[in-house]
Structures are given as structure tokens and as C-alpha cells.
Ligand binder design. Structure first.
Ligand code: PEP
Length: 260
């Protein structure tokens, strides 16, 4: 297998739904059933849903026997203790979760999660066999001030300080420019390409070129059926994290089934 074939296998397109605090139990399960019925064996693309905590066990039961990955939207950095309102990695594992979002901008901005927590959360997830998806991205103000590279480098470096090179294949990063989340404004393929190569360069600096070449970087921010193909045709874009358009089968399925 050549190096490029090898990296295309390792970097299988990854389409992820972030349901945030949306849907009710019936709608979440209906949508899961529809995805399950429509997905094949999951061989050519990886699909996952990041569901609200209270529906995780039910979504796990419905998606059983399908290749759909099941993710939580947050995790605590300790495995148990006096942390009212929080959920630990062993608890997530217990209900069938196999992946987790870490550092989504809504957690950082609205709930004031600190940058120094991200690495500890990643560590905790990995230690309990849960695949972390680290979310990074700049504000509009940071973009206007030319700080995109500095922000991304800082966010990625500080979070991955807790990871060994041998573990990096279990992680992925979602580049989500904050100005594009839920706004209908999407990064251009050039903007996505630039940001993704900054992220990949940091991985190369920290863990070497071979690791960086097999590492998946997703784009998130107003992805829809109309822009997914352009975004996925950017060489450094390995997948998409989808919010609003992931809430209904009619908007999410065409994204999953985008034409390569
Ligand atoms: C998100 O918040 O992860 C996201 C990508 O949202 P949207 O697709 O709605 O912009």
C-alpha cells in the first residue's frame, strides 16, 4: 500500500452530528432509526451522533448493530467525585458511549470552560476508551486581527500536551470557526484549507509527519448539503461536524451521502 492510499484508509471521511440541546426522546430515536436503516456497513465513511446526555442510553440501544458511533457532548476530567451536574468518562462508557466532544466553543464561551481543562478531559476520555474530538476555532475578532494561526496553535498544543504519539490516532480535531457556527456563514474552502493545515502542522511539530499524515481534521460551521462537497474536496478536510443540519434526516442524510 502506498503512503497516500494508506493515509486515505486511515483518514476515512467522518460525518458527525452535534445535536446540542435539541430534539426530544422520540425524535432522537426516530432519527437514529432512520440513519441505521440507511447506512450500509460504514465501510467508506464513519458516521457518529453526539447526543444529549439523557438520551445516550436509548440511542445506544437503538443504534446497536449498526456502525453509528455514539458520542457525548462533554465529559469531566475526573473519574468520580463531588462535581455536581457533571458526567464522568466511566459513566459514559457504561451507557455505550465511544466518543466525546471536548472544548466545543459553546462550552468555552457560554460555560466559561478553561483552556487548561481540555487536556485533562482528553486524558480522561482516552483512559476510558472513549475517542475525543477536540474542537478548536477562532472568533471573528481574532480572525480580523490576523490571529487565526496563533489561536489554533495555542488551543491544539495545550490540549495535546496530555497525549502520547502512540495515542494520537485515537483522537481527531474539529476546526470550528466560531463565526461560522449556527450563523449560516461557512468558511470558504481556502479558509478551511489554511486552518486545517495549521492544525496538521502543529501535530507534525509535536508528533512527527507520519502521525500528522494519518490524523483526521474535521470542519464544522454551517455545513449543509449545498456546501459539504466543496468542503470535503479540500485535501486537508477529513470530515464535517454538523449542528443545525444534523437534526433532521432530510438535511443530514444528503450530507452523509455527499458525492465524493
Ligand atoms: C457545531 O456547533 O458544532 C456546529 C457545527 O453547528 P452548525 O452546523 O449549526 O453551525
Amino acid at each position: 500500500m502506498s503512503q497516500s492510499e494508506d493515509s486515505s484508509v486511515l483518514r476515512k471521511p467522518y460525518i458527525a452530528a452535534n445535536w446540542k440541546m435539541n430534539l426530544d426522546r422520540a425524535k432522537a430515536l426516530d432519527l437514529t432509526k432512520t440513519l441505521k436503516a440507511r447506512l450500509g456497513d460504514g465501510d467508506d465513511r464513519e458516521v457518529a451522533v453526539f447526543a444529549p446526555f439523557v438520551y445516550l442510553a436509548d440511542v445506544a440501544a437503538v443504534s446497536q448493530g449498526s456502525p453509528i458511533g455514539l458520542g457525548a457532548q462533554n465529559v469531566h476530567w475526573e473519574k468520580s467525585g463531588a462535581f455536581t451536574g457533571e458526567t464522568s468518562a466511566p459513566m459514559l462508557r457504561d451507557v455505550g458511549v465511544d466518543r466525546v466532544l471536548i472544548g466545543h466553543s459553546e462550552r468555552r464561551q457560554i460555560f466559561l470552560e478553561k483552556e487548561e481543562w481540555m487536556g485533562r478531559k482528553i486524558r480522561q476520555a482516552l483512559d476510558h476508551d472513549i475517542l475525543p474530538m477536540l474542537c478548536v476555532g477562532e472568533t471573528l475578532d481574532e480572525r480580523k486581527k490576523g490571529k487565526v494561526a496563533a489561536v489554533l496553535r495555542r488551543q491544539v498544543r495545550s490540549a495535546l500536551d496530555w497525549v502520547e504519539a502512540s495515542e494520537i490516532h485515537r483522537l481527531c480535531i474539529a476546526y470550528e470557526p466560531i463565526w461560522a457556527i449556527g450563523t449560516g456563514e461557512v468558511a470558504t474552502p481556502d479558509q478551511a484549507s489554511e486552518a486545517h493545515s495549521i492544525v496538521r502542522d502543529v501535530i507534525a511539530d509535536m508528533f512527527g509527519d507520519a502521525v500528522a499524515g494519518s490524523f483526521r481534521v474535521l470542519y464544522g460551521g454551517s455545513v449543509s448539503k449545498d456546501n459539504v462537497r466543496d468542503l470535503m474536496s479540500v485535501p486537508d478536510v477529513d470530515g464535517v461536524l454538523v449542528g443545525g443540519a444534523s437534526l433532521k434526516a432530510e438535511t443530514f442524510l444528503p450530507i452523509i451521502e455527499y458525492d465524493r
